[in-house]
Write a protein that binds this ligand. Sequence first.
Ligand SMILES: NC(=O)c1ccc[n+]([C@@H]2O[C@H](COP(=O)([O-])OP(=O)(O)OC[C@H]3O[C@@H](n4cnc5c(N)ncnc54)[C@H](OP(=O)(O)O)[C@@H]3O)[C@@H](O)[C@H]2O)c1
Length: 293
Amino acid sequence: MRAVVLREPGGPERLEVEEVDEPEQPALRVRAAGVNFLDVLVRRGAYPQMPPLPYVPGSEVAGELDGRRVLALPAGGGYAEAVSVDPAWVFPLPDEAGFEEGAAFLMAFLSAWLPLRDLARGTVLVTAASGGVGGAAVQVAKHLGAHVVAAASTDDKRRFAQELGADEAVGYEDLPSCDVALDPVGGEVFSACLAALRPLGTVVAVGFAGGMWEELSPALLVGRNVNVHGFYLGRLMRHDPDLVRRAAEEVLDLWHAGAVRPVVGGTFPLERAADAHRRIDERQHVGKLVLVP
Ligand SMILES: NC(=O)c1ccc[n+]([C@@H]2O[C@H](COP(=O)([O-])OP(=O)(O)OC[C@H]3O[C@@H](n4cnc5c(N)ncnc54)[C@H](OP(=O)(O)O)[C@@H]3O)[C@@H](O)[C@H]2O)c1
């Protein structure tokens, strides 16, 4: 079968389609594979827990398994015509949904729903608000009744976040005071989110797409009465799989009910996986990019 193989870390051109062995059973026939920032970090060799190479990226897919239309979270291997999946991480694809939407849903919505479900209140600031996790967080926070402020780097991205339901959209230099901030960007943007918190506010650290976090002393948190909430889906899936599975059912219910929807920002054939990664490297994408074998 065909799969995108990463043999050495580096630029997008390192992603090349090769013929590889079929995976072990049960194997899901991949109809669409979501591109996540995690795949970009692994491809660059910058992920803290690097898998052994050669590696087929892809931790989120939609496709067919035993005649059922499903979405699934495999442990890598998704950029391929088939991938082996743990039945514990397979969910039914809503009837009305396409495979591409299915491959653009779970990772982003679990990463938004799990932290925000309990924390969202008052004004929720979402950074990288036109991206995968950010776009999901805008919709989830709005659904939870918050006043949502989206932050993104360009006018087009800010407009896009408002179409997803944000009440306001700002640049990173204009972050307003807020009760909760969900931040996939890291680096200086994370520090700016922390500075924007009202007393008793919380910043959810989700990612470091824009650079590693700066050092942080508890003295700052104590002095300002603010909280940092770290969130890492992969570890939670290992530590408390039942909790994550219940959350997956909750977000799938929200999708069914029309309260939230996945946002596919572009579809690429498997052979053009490098172009999809390039678009993310160049910060050009909105929503989630999807590969179709
Ligand atoms: N902790 C977890 O469990 C978990 C789960 C899923 C994802 N994540 C993390 O969350 C982040 C978002 O993931 P995603 O897949 O949804 O990606 P994404 O948001 O679709 O793309 C990254 C976003 O980061 C912003 N950004 C800022 N500086 C950037 C830079 N130098 N290069 C590229 N983008 C930059 C971009 O928006 P602007 O141009 O508007 O700034 C872009 O939309 C990633 O760091 C990812 O690793 C973590």
